[in-house]
Design a protein around this ligand. Structure first.
Ligand SMILES: *Cc1c(COP(=O)(O)O)cnc(C)c1O
Length: 706
């Protein structure tokens, strides 16, 4: 995990880096000559540019500016006759290794290890060290895009860490199409922008009559590549440069002239720094977009996010935040997980989606089988829905149709504890806490459900059987009208982040059985390891009649949810030829099912138990000091969930700002400041999240007048 040693950290002082990456489709395609010629073209266009080699291999340290195989002397030669830019050498080399090999191997040979984040930091340090003398850096990679830096990372990861546009140089000749198209696919998959593609013949133009076959290939390659780029909606120019046998002053001048339109283009891009673009995005958002639980008149504070990786969210202005939210329980394995991305891409290439009426596919079937294998024994059938709220609607409808199947047509209501949260569609909302769910706003529309006290016995206290009294009373009083009891097992999430005793669920299951009502577990938040068990139902050893899951199901990459029921429920619903009346358009979306399969693969590696236990330990320790602070009502931690409950509703906007200043992403609501970091978060990052909460409270950022 790149986590702890990433590029930005919190606020980066100084000017934002202005640079482009030059890479090739392989070694010896003319990258260095291209970089040098572009350096000259930029300088002629009045841009204070410098060519930088972050990693130079095949050159012993100390010889980087004069060795025959080194790139820096080529850069220097290209601008030798131009007036120097004050305070700015034409070339710089950041790391040098003597073995002429891939950087990972060359570094290992010298007893070193390369890391994308460290190289990115070197580049930023170099940029800052130039003290404004440079307007643009041309960063020339080593070899091609997938050249390894270490066991896990490639050159692409360095480009990704800095999120720079890429100039791709390709050798024009036989085989160029294959290498170039593969490189373009790799760039696209990484979400990097192609600034231009340059083709340079692999052979110098032969003296005498040109070979006709060769000429055909050379002319066709750029045509084909332009067509393919246009097809993919990419408007980057495809440049054709000559390969010159002798690199003298006239040659540099000729190449620079060919590159002058590109240099002009780059000069224009220098003039719009990123901070402004980020501010612009937020103001456009304020003109057109609505955010969750937000006003469209009094506009909420927003941060523009640009990229994500591991447990980090990178903002548009370059700041990088440690994520404490897993994007609302979902991104349990961190962001951009390579397994999830690979599953998404390969399924996208095969079949992104087909209707699920009358058709089926392997990603859905396999996912259903695997989910049932992980769920409490007795659940036998999976219905896929497109969001958690819809999965809850499906569960409620299943319960109603079940009771109808049994001839219990009076059972049309649901019993649920206060403090619950089940989603924002009407049916789901009707079983949310009536106060925090703002039922008064929708009084005419919402079905009136029956509410009981929230399970009062804390998770970490001895079980008090009296905590079941209200459930017993409600079932006695309303039993004949109740189709099902619905609740979140062990952890009530968005309704209050409340952890209660698993024995409550055992007692409740028994009461339900006695009263002829079904039991629905909403595991949309608790599922997939977050509480320390794969499903929270395992804490109680109870099998519900219906179980909903979602959120972390796809590891936070796509929206997908599932509602599973027992064979008995399925049979009653389908009595006498009846069918279950639900069918979302995007039911069992193949992309989402494939990604969910990969997320289960990650869980099946069984690292999550250790990771969640680590989060629990780190948060117990890190949040403990908050307990003593004024205004704090309770501090509690279970599995990967840490909660600081305040006595009063907090100032969400002021806290958000205070957290972002500290380089963390935490979004509190109501009286709750809570953490649920991605499982693989390094302990040092979890400590920083906890420290940020403590610091925010000490500063009083939670107060209404903050
Ligand atoms: C988030 C959540 C839902 C709703 O899921 P969406 O995907 O947001 O519709 C339902 N139940 C619980 C317990 C949740 O945490």
């Amino acid at each position: 995990m790149r986590g702890a040693d990433s590029t930005g950290g919190a606020m980066r002082e100084g000017r934002p880096l202005c640079a482009v990456f030059v890479s090739g489709t392989g070694t010896d395609v003319g990258k260095t000559v291209f970089t040098a010629a572009l350096l000259r073209a930029l300088r002629l266009a009045g841009v204070a540019a410098q060519a930088v080699k972050p990693v130079q291999t095949g050159v012993p340290a100390g010889e980087e500016y004069d060795a025959l195989q080194a790139d820096a002397p080529v850069y220097t030669a290209a601008v030798a006759d131009l007036p120097p830019v004050p305070g700015l050498a034409p070339a710089a080399v950041l790391r040098c290794f003597s073995l002429p090999a891939s950087p990972h191997l060359a570094a290992a040979y010298d007893g070193k290890r390369l890391k994308a984040a460290e190289l990115a930091r070197d580049i930023l340090k170099h940029w800052d060290g130039l003290n404004g003398a440079a307007e643009l850096l041309l960063l020339e990679g080593a070899g091609g895009l997938c050249v390894p830096l270490n066991k896990r990372e490639d050159m692409l990861d360095l480009m990704d860490a800095l999120d720079l546009p890429v100039l791709l140089v390709s050798g024009n000749g036989l085989g160029a199409l294959n290498h170039t198209l593969l490189s373009l696919a790799a760039l696209r998959d990484k979400g990097l922008r192609l600034a231009a593609l340059a083709l340079i013949p692999t052979q110098p133009a032969a003296a005498g009559a040109p070979d006709e076959d060769e000429a055909r290939i050379l002319a066709d390659n750029p045509r084909m590549l332009r067509a393919r780029l246009a097809q993919a909606g990419c408007d980057a120019p495809v440049l054709e440069l000559p390969r010159l046998a002798r690199l003298d002053g006239a040659a540099w001048q000729r190449l620079a002239a060919e590159l002058s339109p590109l240099a002009e283009e780059l000069r224009r891009s220098v003039e719009c720094p990123r901070g402004e673009a980020a501010a612009d995005l937020v103001s456009r958002d304020h003109g057109a977009v609505w955010h969750p639980y937000a006003s469209a008149v009094e506009l909420p504070p927003l941060c523009a996010a640009r990229r994500s990786h591991d447990n980090r969210i990178v903002l548009a202005d370059g700041r990088e935040l440690i994520d404490g939210m897993s994007s609302w329980w979902a991104a349990a394995h961190g962001y951009n997980h390579p397994r999830l991305l690979a599953a998404l891409r390969s399924q996208a290439g095969r079949m992104p989606h087909v209707m699920f009426g009358g058709l089926t596919h392997a990603p859905a079937v396999e996912l259903a089988e695997r989910l049932l294998a992980h769920m409490p024994r007795g659940l036998e059938r999976v219905f896929f829905a497109d969001s958690g709220s819809v999965a809850v609607e499906v569960a409620l409808k299943m319960a109603l149709q079940y009771q109808q199947g049994r001839g219990e047509t009076r059972r049309t209501r649901f019993l649920t504890p206060r403090g619950g949260y089940h989603g924002d569609t009407l049916g789901a909302m009707s079983v949310c806490d009536p106060v925090t769910g703002m039922h008064s706003l929708f009084a005419g529309l919402l079905p009136r459900q029956i509410f009981m006290e929230r399970p009062s016995c804390r998770f970490d206290a001895p079980f008090d059987p009296a905590s079941l009294d209200d459930a017993r009373r409600a079932l006695e009083q309303h039993g004949k009208e109740i189709a099902a009891v619905i609740l979140e097992p062990v952890v009530q999430g968005a309704g209050g982040m409340w952890f209660y005793h698993p024995d409550y669920l055992r007692g409740l299951a028994e009461l339900c059985r006695g009263a002829g009502t079904l039991l629905i577990f909403d595991e949309i938040a608790t599922g997939f390891g977050r509480t320390g068990k794969f499903f929270a139902a395992e804490w109680a050893g109870v099998t519900p009649d219906i179980l909903c899951c979602g959120k972390a199901l796809t590891g936070g990459m796509l929206t997908l949810a599932a509602t599973a029921c027992t064979g008995d429920v399925a049979r009653e619903i389908c009595r006498e030829g009846r069918v279950f009346m639900h069918g979302p358009t995007f039911m069992a979306n193949a992309l989402a099912c494939a990604v969910a399969g990969a997320a289960l693969d990650i869980l099946d590696e069984n690292r999550w138990q250790g990771q969640v236990a680590g989060l629990e330990t780190a948060m117990r320790q890190g949040l403990e000091p908050c307990r003593q602070l004024p205004g704090v009502a309770d501090v509690r931690v279970l599995g990967g969930i840490g909660v600081v409950e305040m006595e009063q509703a907090v100032n969400t906007a002021a806290l958000q700002t205070c957290f972002v200043e500290q380089g963390v992403w935490i979004r509190p609501f109501n009286r709750l400041i809570y953490l649920m970091p991605p499982y693989p978060s390094p302990a040092t990052d979890v400590a920083r999240l906890c420290a940020a909460v403590e610091e925010a409270l000490r500063r009083g950022a939670h107060r209404a007048d903050a």
